[in-house]
Design a protein around this ligand. Structure first.
Ligand code: NAD
Length: 259
């Protein structure tokens, strides 16, 4: 058990994070699941990961909007003795015109996406350095590479996350620790379901129009990306064959950023 690697996936009770946790759990990693919600309200997600996990599964409630990223990593190491894989996945979206964008929304988006990743990485790197192996995977977005209107906080935070990815990759490169960003296009998760409502208001369109004319318009495949595609890439990046992939962004966006 002590030799089994441990993976922490932030924001892993839903969508992409849940798929990554399931995939890494089925490959034998101990899994630490996380969200800001009490354990009782995310029991379905925990059960889903446990049903296919080959190692241990723990849930740690920590709110990344409240600067709890450092404690989350400390608790992870306390549970399983180590952290080998860190997936910074937690994220939220706020959609509004720049002139209407609330300061509190700007701060919440930045706190969860950017400050949270900074705190977890800073806390995890010493443990990875001690064993000279680690994998840090930041779930960024096509919006880390290009922009869309009405998403100023999200686009700024995701661009920042890519900068953080590159910087840390340079700092730890000689220690068999890789740091990369996966940049998905639109994936039909609860985060996007919520955006359908917000976007239909801001664009004055129906939800179906938003899907077709806003979301899938820049995605040349005209199809949503599946969560399992992101999970498969995360699993690949954890393998030894990905040891030379570091400091980069991997777009899984149906061709969006080829425009
Ligand atoms: P989701 O809403 O399905 O899941 C988000 C997860 O983050 C949940 O587990 C939620 O509990 C957790 N979370 C939210 N606020 C938190 C907080 N304050 N502290 C801790 N955890 C918190 O979203 P998703 O679509 O699966 O998105 C996951 C990541 O992928 C996000 O970073 C998102 O920006 C990114 N992404 C999503 C898409 C997409 O189209 N769905 C595209 C590109 C990038």
């Amino acid at each position: 058990m002590a030799k089994r690697k441990t993976a922490l996936v932030t924001g892993s009770t839903s969508g992409i994070g849940l798929a990554i946790a399931r995939r890494l759990g089925s490959e034998g990693y101990n899994i630490v699941l996380n969200s800001f919600e009490p354990e009782a309200s995310v029991s379905d997600a925990i059960g889903a990961v446990k049903s296919t996990a080959r190692g241990g599964v723990a849930y740690i409630q920590a709110d990344l909007a409240l600067e709890q990223g450092t404690d989350l990593v400390i608790d992870t190491i306390a549970r399983f003795g180590r952290i080998d894989v860190l997936v910074n996945n937690a994220g939220i979206q706020k959609v509004a015109r720049i002139e209407d964008f609330l300061q509190e929304d700007w701060e919440r988006v930045r706190a969860i996406i950017l400050d949270g990743a900074f705190q977890t990485i800073r806390a995890a790197v010493p443990d990875m350095l001690s064993r000279k192996w680690g994998r840090i995977i930041n779930i960024a977005s096509a919006h880390a590479l290009v922009a869309s209107p009405f998403k100023s906080a999200y686009v700024a935070a995701k661009h920042g996350l890519l900068g953080l990815t590159k910087t840390v990759a340079l700092e730890v490169a000689e220690n068999a620790i890789t740091v990369n960003a996966i940049c998905p296009g639109y994936v039909l998760t609860p985060l996007v379901e919520k955006q359908l409502k917000d976007q239909s208001q801001v664009h004055a369109m129906s939800k179906e129009q938003v899907k077709r004319e806003i979301m899938l318009a820049p995605q040349p495949t005209r199809q949503f990306v599946e969560v399992e595609e992101i999970a498969a890439m995360a699993a690949y990046l954890c393998g030894d064959m990905a040891r030379s992939i570091t400091g980069t962004s991997i777009a899984i966006d149906g061709g969006w950023t080829a425009h």
